[in-house]
Write a protein that binds this ligand. Structure first.
Ligand code: SAM
Length: 244
């Protein structure tokens, strides 16, 4: 493998603009994450982005844009974070590396991806991380997970109206759901307002990520204000086929 010196320079510079100073240990963990991602990607399809700088920006820095909201949710103390449709661990793992106090759960329906996640967590020696293989439509009905998380995040899993149904049931009242989005999302937001309300949420803010490297990125921030009716989420596939 090519020697990259200094390691994770793009990421370190970008994270500083978010007010995050990465320790040498965190930089090393993110470097190992990059190497394992690229290595496993030769066998299972984890990402289309493998270039060293692009991974730092489009995967790691993009994930860390949620830091602003982690602080909002009380991030320096212990709290429960869930990443729905985590894939190769994004945005959950970079957030766990930078906020080690957080109790993280990574959920994905694809066993090959959760196999990678399980391996990665051992490799990075991360504690208090749970990896679950399953569909959000099922897992969100389990009493030990329903309305149990302070912060639920999701990136690239679907349109806002659909992912609201897959995420808000996991949020405790007073908690927050954040969707990482890019591009033109005005239409998506308008169509999601009613579903968010039905699911017990209230749109707080659509926050532009103020970083040149992450042009066009938005954080859709939703407060969980009341209990999600037991009916939701509906059966697997329904939130996607027939959004509320
Ligand atoms: N969040 C990662 C990222 O941004 O790189 C992965 C995005 S990938 C396009 C979507 C992931 O969501 C896939 O890994 C897929 O298996 C998972 N997924 C889709 N629907 C799901 C569901 N209903 N429950 C759990 N995982 C789901």
């Amino acid at each position: 493998m090519m020697q990259h010196e200094p390691k994770m320079r793009k990421l370190i510079d970008g994270a500083a603009k978010f007010g995050l100073g990465l320790t040498p240990g965190q930089v090393e963990q993110l470097q190992v994450y990059y190497e394992e991602l690229v290595s496993w990607n030769q066998r299972i399809n984890l990402t289309a982005i493998t270039d060293y700088e692009q991974v730092q920006i489009k995967h790691f820095l993009d994930s860390l844009s949620v830091a602003l909201v982690v602080e909002m949710a009380g991030g320096r103390s212990k709290f429960r974070l869930l990443d729905v449709g985590s894939g190769a661990g994004l945005p959950g793992i970079p957030l766990k590396i930078v906020f080690p106090e957080v109790k993280l759960m990574l959920l994905d329906s694809t066993a090959k991806k959760t196999a990678f996640l399980g391996y990665l967590i051992d490799r990075l020696e991360l504690d208090e991380v749970e990896v679950l293989t399953g569909r959000a439509e099922h897992i969100a009905h389990r009493g030990d997970y329903r309305q149990r998380f302070n912060l639920v995040v999701s990136r690239a899993v679907g349109r806002l109206a659909t992912i609201a149904e897959l995420t808000l049931p996991f949020c405790q009242i007073g908690g927050i759901f954040v969707a990482l989005k890019k591009g033109h999302i005005d239409g998506e937001i308008i169509e999601a307002l009613r579903p968010i309300n039905i699911l017990g949420g209230k749109l707080r803010e659509v926050k532009k990520v103020e970083l040149e490297e992450l042009e066009g990125r938005r954080l859709v921030i939703v407060d969980k204000v009341s209990s999600t009716p037991q009916l939701y989420p509906r059966r697997p596939g329904v939130p996607q086929r027939r959004p509320l």
